[in-house]
Design a protein around this ligand. Structure first.
Ligand SMILES: [Zn+2]
Length: 321
């Protein structure tokens, strides 16, 4: 198995609900340290890697969010656990899903009826260990990879974090002259809080965010069709020149790509464009079953997403306009 897929598996299996991403960022940090890549944390806790001139006016940000949707314990009365959700998760759609809590307690989501009112709970499989109030939990699925498909929980956006890692490790050896800040951001699933902090703390010339994009009936995105260059979604309209530039790079290097137009959805790159006028776009990999117990992404899409962004980072910034 190549390092990229090792990273995806390791990060997918790591727990990191929004606001509680520390284990994920520690795993990212240990991989960077093992390759002698220096990194820092900003005051919000985003993990940052700077390559090239830190003070350039043409600073580019390439970011991927490190958090995942999940739950947090509100009340425990064995065998039931009441919980709140973080991010876009519908409790009714979680029924039947296996959940694991921070202390290793496991259970299954079910509908719980008391009189005429219904709520959703996790039914624990055994009395010990017992989760405590405020503990977070995630889907218990373990990541697996076969042929061209990766399956697991939190592939939105742990595959994106693995892609960002692969790009950093490759470019670190090449020591690019361009000013590139790479960020593993926090709390995207609850409103892009990490990227908001970054947007106010820095002034960027361009921003590319890496994320998963859902394969749904009303867009043309298909699994295995190549990285998606986002044109627009519910929160952002990508810079047209930047979209055209990335698409041209893909054609030049014979990388398949898809243009993505989504009515809904959210992109981290929306914030830097609002705050400082940065030229922004999102490059994503298609995902089936986003925010579910077991999502699927394509190995070739992930590999091609690394390639397209690596070429983007290696090109001088002034080529865009
Ligand atoms: Zn995402």
């Amino acid at each position: 198995m190549t390092p990229l897929y090792n990273y995806i598996q390791r990060l997918s299996n790591t727990m990191g609900v929004s606001g509680y991403e520390d284990q994920v960022l520690q795993a990212v940090g240990s991989i960077l340290s093992s390759h002698s890549v220096p990194f820092t944390y900003d005051s919000f806790g985003n993990l940052l890697v700077q390559l090239g001139d830190d003070h350039s006016e043409e600073k580019r940000l390439i970011c991927a969010h490190s958090d995942e949707v999940g739950i947090q314990v509100q009340k425990v009365e064995y065998p039931f656990v009441w919980f709140r959700t973080f991010g876009s998760l519908r409790k009714a759609e979680m029924v039947g899903s296996h959940i694991i809590f921070e202390n290793g307690a496991v259970g299954v989501v079910e509908q719980h009826n008391i009189g005429s009112s219904a709520s959703f709970v996790v039914r624990l499989s055994q009395p010990t260990p017992l989760p405590r109030v405020a503990m977070t939990g995630t889907f218990a699925t373990r990541c697996s990879i076969d042929e061209d498909t990766i399956k697991g929980k939190a592939l939105d956006n742990r595959a994106g974090c693995a892609i960002l890692l692969a790009i950093i490790l490759d470019l670190f050896d090449a020591q690019p002259e361009s000013s590139l800040l790479f960020a593993f951001t926090r709390e995207e699933e609850i409103g892009g809080r990490g990227i908001q902090h970054l947007s106010y703390a820095h002034s960027f010339y361009q921003v590319v965010s890496i994320d998963a994009t859902p394969v749904v009936d009303d867009n043309n995105v298909v699994l295995g069709g190549g990285p998606c260059i986002k044109v627009s979604d519910g929160s952002s309209i990508s810079d047209r020149a930047l979209v055209a530039h990335v698409a041209k790079l893909a054609r030049k290097h014979s990388i398949p790509y898809q243009l993505e137009v989504n009515e809904l959805g959210f992109s981290e790159s929306a914030f830097p464009s609002l705050v400082s006028g940065a030229k922004c776009a999102t490059i994503s990999y298609p995902i089936v079953g986003m925010h579910s117990a077991c999502s699927r992404v394509s190995v070739s899409d992930v590999k091609n997403t690394v390639e397209i962004i690596k070429h983007y980072c290696s090109e001088p910034v002034f080529n865009v306009y």
